[in-house]
Design a protein around this ligand. Structure first.
Ligand code: PCA
Length: 192
């Protein structure tokens, strides 16, 4: 079987936070997973700019899978996001002071788009290793949802092969770095 290309992305810290587990996890991931060629990218927490950078990399790589990660400080389990919403509606500034209110992301896009990753297999694989996991249908309306909706829409419009989705991580106080690192390895292994 052909080696599959996977793009994993994390985000810089935001909203006054000192670290973002998604950045640390993606940056430090060095494991070899048979059958996968893994590419990494760290994105700024900035509406539009984040999606422009992600789009450019996706066009360049033409990956089989795109897994985007971000922090949700309110959760204590890995959240596999099932649904992206066509709406930016921020309660705090992004890292460049933007705070869009009820703005659609793509004027001509549907209200929601589904993640195309194998969420059930990913959920089962985490559960098997006793890693707390949930499938979520609410990704928020901040920069995470922005890139999630944006990349799904671009893939659809450009008829790209990539399957894509978004995963929200808990803060390290709620799930330590070793367990989250293990979770990342399991999620990637579940792709084949
Ligand atoms: N979490 C934010 C943006 C960056 C991140 O890691 C979010 O949930 O939208």
């Amino acid at each position: 079987m052909r080696t599959k290309k996977v793009l994993i992305t994390g985000f810089e810290p935001f909203d006054g936070g000192e670290i973002n587990p998604s950045e640390i996890l993606v940056e430090n991931f060095e494991k070899e997973i048979p059958g996968l060629e893994i590419h990494k990218l760290i994105l700024p927490v900035v509406f539009k700019k984040s999606l422009a950078i992600l789009k450019k990399e996706a066009f360049f790589l033409n990956p089989d899978y795109i897994l985007c990660f971000g922090l949700n400080s309110k959760v204590s389990e890995i959240n596999l996001e099932a649904l992206a919403h066509n709406l930016d509606d921020a309660r705090t500034d992004d890292n460049e002071g933007n705070r869009p209110q009820e703005e659609v992301i793509f004027e001509d896009g549907p209200a929601t788009l589904d993640a195309t990753l194998p969420l059930k297999a990913m959920e089962d694989a985490l559960r098997e290793s006793q890693i707390p996991v949930a499938i979520s249908r609410d990704c928020g309306r901040f920069v995470c949802n922005h890139i999630f909706y944006g990349i799904c829409r671009v893939i659809e419009m450009k008829k790209m092969r990539a399957k894509a989705g978004f995963i929200h991580l808990p803060p390290f106080e709620k799930m330590n770095v070793a367990q989250q690192g293990k979770a990342l390895e399991i999620l990637l292994s579940a792709l084949k």
